[in-house]
Ligand binder design. Structure first.
Ligand SMILES: NC(=O)c1ccc[n+]([C@@H]2O[C@H](COP(=O)([O-])OP(=O)(O)OC[C@H]3O[C@@H](n4cnc5c(N)ncnc54)[C@H](O)[C@@H]3O)[C@@H](O)[C@H]2O)c1
Length: 253
């Protein structure tokens, strides 16, 4: 291993095959010795790995369902075995569910949202923290949403799941404070992405128009990636337990 590789951390990004995960991976590639991409969509994870390698950083793609305890333990172990200790963890995989008023919201979709968005984040925290704590070093950024601090008509399951991500972030942050590890949440507003196109299309079909409150422009995945990189860096050494909103001011309107 070269000197550079020992000083730069290994980064792990779940949902690394998606729009925001891909941008985070490419941004972290500039400050990491290697970037691992975990996604339930193996082809998507591999595609991002190819882009990371093309940008000059070592990459590894792992197929895993983040809502599975077994698969989470396995992806964390596989990444550390192959790349070394995880120093940066972007706990980012998530699903949007469907657009429907609460009184019609499908029970099974509510459960699935909690399986992926909440249990997935919990399991990632659990298994990565178990390895970071003895080393006394690491930075974790959970992807929540502005839906973690606001209600939003039509997406009850998603909103509830993202509120829970904030609860996990704050609790984990308190448990690691003073131990060389930081856990923060990033709260993106609407971002130009497959996920927002899907939600907008469903809202349009229901003609609820509920999804887009306010007039702030949609952000780009890179806007999120830049802030994740900051939160993961030593420049954010005193930032722990934060709910970092990146929404061009939408939530202060
Ligand atoms: N797009 C937005 O406007 C927006 C706004 C706020 C928050 N977010 C959050 O950002 C994160 C990334 O979203 P995105 O916009 O890139 O969406 P996306 O759908 O492009 O990416 C999500 C990725 O997660 C993967 N994934 C889904 N379920 C999984 C599972 N069980 N196990 C492993 N991987 C799984 C998908 O295959 C996909 O590659 C999500 O947590 C989302 O809730 C997105």
């Amino acid at each position: 291993m070269s000197g550079l590789e020992t000083t730069r951390p290994v980064a792990l990004v779940t949902g690394g095959g998606g729009d925001i995960g891909r941008a985070i991976a490419l941004r972290l590639a500039r400050m990491s010795s290697a970037v691992a991409l975990v996604d339930i969509d193996e082809a998507a994870a591999r595609a991002t790995a190819g882009l990371v390698e093309a940008a000059g950083c070592k990459a590894m793609a792992v197929r895993a369902d983040v809502s599975s305890a077994l698969e989470t333990a396995a992806y964390v172990e596989a990444v550390e075995d192959r790349l070394g200790p995880i120093g940066i963890f972007a706990n980012n995989a998530g699903i949007e569910g469907v657009v429907a008023p609460l009184h019609e919201y499908p029970d099974e979709m509510f459960d699935r949202l909690f399986q992926v968005n909440v249990k997935g984040v919990f399991l990632g925290l659990k298994h990565v923290l178990a390895r970071m704590l003895p080393r006394g070093r690491g930075a974790i950024v959970n992807t929540a949403s502005t839906s973690a601090i606001r209600g939003r008509a039509g997406i009850a399951g998603y909103v509830a799941s993202k509120h829970a991500v904030l609860g996990l972030t704050r609790t984990a942050a308190l448990e690691v404070t003073g131990k060389g590890i930081r856990v923060n949440a990033i709260l993106p507003g609407p971002i130009e992405s497959r996920m927002i196109r899907e939600l907008d299309e469903q809202a349009r079909r229901r003609s609820s128009g509920a999804r887009r409150a306010g007039s702030a422009p949609y952000g780009k995945p890179e806007n999120i990636a830049d802030v994740v990189a900051f939160l993961a860096s030593d420049e954010a050494a005193h930032v722990n337990g934060a709910a970092w909103v990146v929404d061009a001011g939408m939530t202060v309107a």
